[in-house]
Design a protein around this ligand. Structure first.
Ligand code: C2O
Ligand code: CU
Ligand code: CU
Length: 464
């Protein structure tokens, strides 16, 4: 996206119709007419203001995921950008499980809104997406997601693959109706639950079509060289375990150089990589040993049928390659230790009864914008123990964290580095350590299974 002035961008949210499946026209909610939305390229420490204008028919909220952002620009779920003509006191309710906002004073509104991002943080790939209370999942599903890179000179000096050999890959799944529209259960009256009956999508909404950057199962023409893949799982609920397989069945190494919040200290080599909703991985793959004309398929070990395939690379030609993966990638990772924590807290992420149906709760309570759940001191180091009943990718706004343990054991190899989302597996607990750096104000932590989030698995974090 081109700035309109130095550090200033304008994005109009609007509906458009796009050919995603060949010959099929799909209405999509977009940032500026494209799905995914336009990519913004920023430099570390150079503030950016994005003016969002809402030309959709519904209120929206913009959140920069992974951004260290003052609270007024963090996209609080009731901090709405209203469409033209929307009555300020009218808050529609998501079929099934929405709660009326109990604190209407929390709703601040306007038709356009400036979001200001200081971007005083480690270089990484952030993503912006909708975050409206109770409606985040269907809004992202309909297309409201885009990428925002933060870069700096030190990272560029490493010599990692760049230019056409650096590929952002936003992976999502979608389902389609026969008429080409996106299929989302709550929009389908035949699937609406009756009180007391479990929602058909309690586990989250899955699609049978895998999209990468908005295209179904793309085949990318590549050279026989190293590529840097900036992976994001922007799916509402689907977990993937990615592997790259050659035609003769060889698994290519996925050399991880970064996590959600930027570069690792040193590369970590995987043969497959689990990625939960909202997680990002920065990975280098080397196609040098693949014969010209060969195909490398990116597969999802957790998927069956069509969901087992993600995309492919067609190795089109030989090429010279002066990229490298240095043994030391960064030296600025925070060294917070368990002993530094001023508080140790525990949170349970579990299903529970909510009204006349089921909800997803944190410590037995659904999200309420009027309640402060946790108060922390700016600059404090804390250890949080997170406990899950089923799969829950848990995300903290404002700060990055390090994973201290999983299930009482050492973290897994892909837990390295600075994260903002930890994918808890069924029945698992994990400990994270973080420091609440940045700004005072009201933030959130929540499950990033977007349906779980809408069904209440979110809480307020007040930084004082
Ligand atoms: Cu990706 Cu609270 O968000
Ligand atoms: Cu976020
Ligand atoms: Cu969840």
């Amino acid at each position: 996206l081109q700035p309109v002035a130095d550090g200033r961008y304008e994005i109009t949210q609007r509906e458009t119709t796009t050919e995603i499946l060949p010959g099929v026209w799909t209405p999509v909610w977009t940032y500026d007419g494209t799905f995914p939305g336009p990519t913004i390229e920023s430099r570390r420490g150079r503030p950016v203001t994005v003016t969002h204008r809402n030309d959709l028919q519904v209120p929206t909220v913009v959140h920069l995921h992974g951004g260290r952002t003052p609270a007024e620009s963090d996209g609080y779920p009731t901090d709405l950008v209203l469409p033209e003509g929307w009555p300020v006191d009218q808050q529609p309710v998501h079929s099934g499980h929405a709660r009326q906002m109990s604190d209407p004073r929390a709703v601040r509104t306007s038709r356009t809104r400036d979001y200001t991002f200081p971007l005083d943080q480690r270089p990484t790939m952030l993503w912006y997406h909708d975050h409206r209370m109770d409606f985040t999942a269907p809004a992202i599903w309909r297309g409201l997601a885009g990428l925002h890179f933060v870069r700096d000179d030190a990272e560029e000096a490493l010599g990692l693959p760049s230019g056409p050999r650096e590929l952002p890959l936003m992976i999502t799944d979608r389902a389609f109706n026969d008429d080409g529209t996106f299929h989302y259960p709550s929009l389908d009256p035949s699937l609406r639950s009756t009180p007391g009956v479990e929602e058909p999508y309690l586990a989250g909404v899955l699609g049978d079509v895998i999209l990468v950057n908005g295209a179904p199962w793309p085949v990318h023409e590549a050279e026989a060289a190293r590529y840097r893949l900036r992976l994001l799982n922007a799916s509402n609920a689907r977990h993937y375990e990615l592997e790259a397989v050659t035609e003769d069945g060889r698994r290519l190494d996925l050399v991880q150089v970064g996590a959600d919040q930027g570069l690792l200290a040193a590369p970590v080599t995987h043969t497959s990589l689990p990625i939960g909703p909202a997680e990002r991985y920065d990975v280098v793959i080397d196609f040098a040993g693949v014969p010209v004309g060969g195909l490398v398929r990116v597969l999802n070990r957790l998927g069956s049928g069509r969901a087992a395939e993600v995309m492919a690379f067609r190795i089109a030609r030989a090429a010279s390659d002066d990229s490298r993966v240095p043994a030391v990638l960064s030296t600025d990772l925070p060294a917070w230790r368990r002993e530094d924590a001023v508080s140790v807290r525990e949170f349970g992420f579990r299903a529970g009864r909510m009204g006349d149906g089921h909800g997803w709760l944190i410590d037995g309570r659904p999200f309420d914008p009027a309640r402060t759940d946790v108060t922390v001191g700016l600059g404090d180091v804390e250890v949080w123990r997170l406990i899950a009943d089923v799969h829950h990718p848990i995300h903290l706004h404002l700060t990055g964290f390090r994973i201290l343990s999983r299930g009482g054991r050492e973290p897994l190899p892909h837990d390295a580095g600075l994260k903002d989302t930890v994918s808890l597996r069924p029945g698992e607990s994990a400990e994270i350590v973080t420091r609440f750096e940045g700004y005072r104000g009201r933030y959130l932590f929540h499950c990033h299974n977007a349906e779980h989030e809408d069904m209440g698995m979110m809480a307020n974090l007040e930084v004082v």
